[in-house]
Ligand binder design. Structure first.
Ligand code: SF4
Length: 346
């Protein structure tokens, strides 16, 4: 028993019956697959669907994506986080327009040269949209295959992933099965049946008769995951500047976390109310009144922001601070989720 053609055939037969409907599955063009795969990195399917539909309606092809103004692009992405993803997508779309006739290229070599496209995304585009025999190994596939194989190897290890990609590439290149269906079926089984948290639903699994972990009672021990490196904590103080019914936002630096996006001014460390007022005065404002807001936290991939926050009613101006209405904050300015912790204010 283990991952072999028989197990893959069982999965391929199971997939059409059990797969979830998703808008990118209705028309799996290379562009649609690419956009959906980038959105799905770090983000759940349910969350992605409305973003995907809005994005594709506004930017239906690489040409439209390449030409989209930055602020409009960021607004389409607002709330999905990891904004470098969409920046890279726009850079990649520009290359597609310049060098590939406005199309998503169909070779691993050309795809891997594009900004933001690694082997996983390239594999997804090539197999799902172009039906090429290329493996796609995500967390779901790592879990399913290591259970099928009864493997105690650490699925967070790069060498394990590489070996699994090699095994799958070999099975796909035998040419009996459609790579698009195989890859999607493996991922779907991991999302719906061989689930990450809680007991896998082996009773309804199409490959239970060929699964080492199930047959040997090892589903609680497999997959083996080495401990993650703990995230770092950063202490910040957020200054929510309000002038009349306008709120002050600043464009963040061009490099680093949330680069180039709008946010509220922040100071490193935990400031007292008096110190926060002093920070606003240092920007050139007169502080009329201040109020301590709820502390909040925002979790990034490798970092946690622990935020103290103050609402500061101010007068005056500062060239770096742009004052906008609550409607602009809602409709036009892409304000990252880290700064949307106090919705009662807007
Ligand atoms: S039988 Fe159970 S453990 Fe094995 S692949 Fe299916 S759901 Fe996962």
């Amino acid at each position: 028993m283990a991952l072999d053609q028989t197990a893959l055939k069982l999965l391929v037969n199971w997939f059409p019956e059990c797969r979830r409907e998703m808008p990118w599955r209705t028309d799996p063009s290379p562009y649609h697959v690419w956009v959906s795969e980038v959105m799905l990195q770090q983000t759940r399917v349910d969350t992605v669907i409305p973003y995907y539909e809005r994005f594709i309606a506004a930017l239906p092809d690489p040409e439209a994506l390449a030409a989209c103004p930055q602020d409009a692009l960021m607004k389409l992405w607002e709330g999905l986080g990891y904004y470098s993803r969409v920046r890279h997508m726009q850079e990649a779309a520009a290359v597609m327009v310049r060098e590939h006739g406005g199309q998503v290229p169909d070779s691993m070599e050309a795809l891997r040269k594009l900004p933001g496209i690694g082997s996983y995304t390239a594999g997804a585009v090539l197999s799902i949209a172009f039906h090429r025999p290329v493996p796609v190994v995500d967390g779901n596939v790592l879990r399913v295959v290591s259970r099928l194989n009864g493997s105690f190897e650490d699925v967070r290890s790069q060498s394990v992933r590489k070996r699994m990609e090699g095994t799958l590439a070999g099975l796909l290149s035998e040419g009996e099965l459609d790579p698009s269906t195989v890859n999607q079926a493996l991922m779907e089984l991991g999302a719906l049946v061989c689930i990450p948290n809680g007991q896998p639903k082996c009773g309804s699994c199409p490959v239970r008769g060929r699964c080492e972990a199930h047959l040997r009672g090892l589903t609680e021990e497999i997959p083996v995951l080495s401990p993650r490196i703990p995230k770092k904590n950063a202490l910040l103080t957020v200054l929510v500047l309000r002038r009349g019914n306008l709120f002050g936002v600043v464009k963040r630096p061009g490099k680093g976390l949330l680069s180039g996006l709008y946010g509220f001014p922040v100071s490193e460390g935990r400031l007292s109310e008096a110190e926060a007022s002093g920070a606003a005065r240092a920007l050139g404002f007169r502080v009329v009144s201040s109020e301590r807001l709820r502390p909040a936290r925002h979790v990034f991939t490798h970092l946690v922001w622990e935020m103290d926050a103050y609402l500061l009613n101010v007068e005056g101006d500062c060239p770096d601070v742009r004052f906008v209405t609550p409607d602009e904050l809602a409709d036009r300015i892409a304000l990252p989720a880290a700064f949307r912790k106090w919705p009662e204010l807007f």
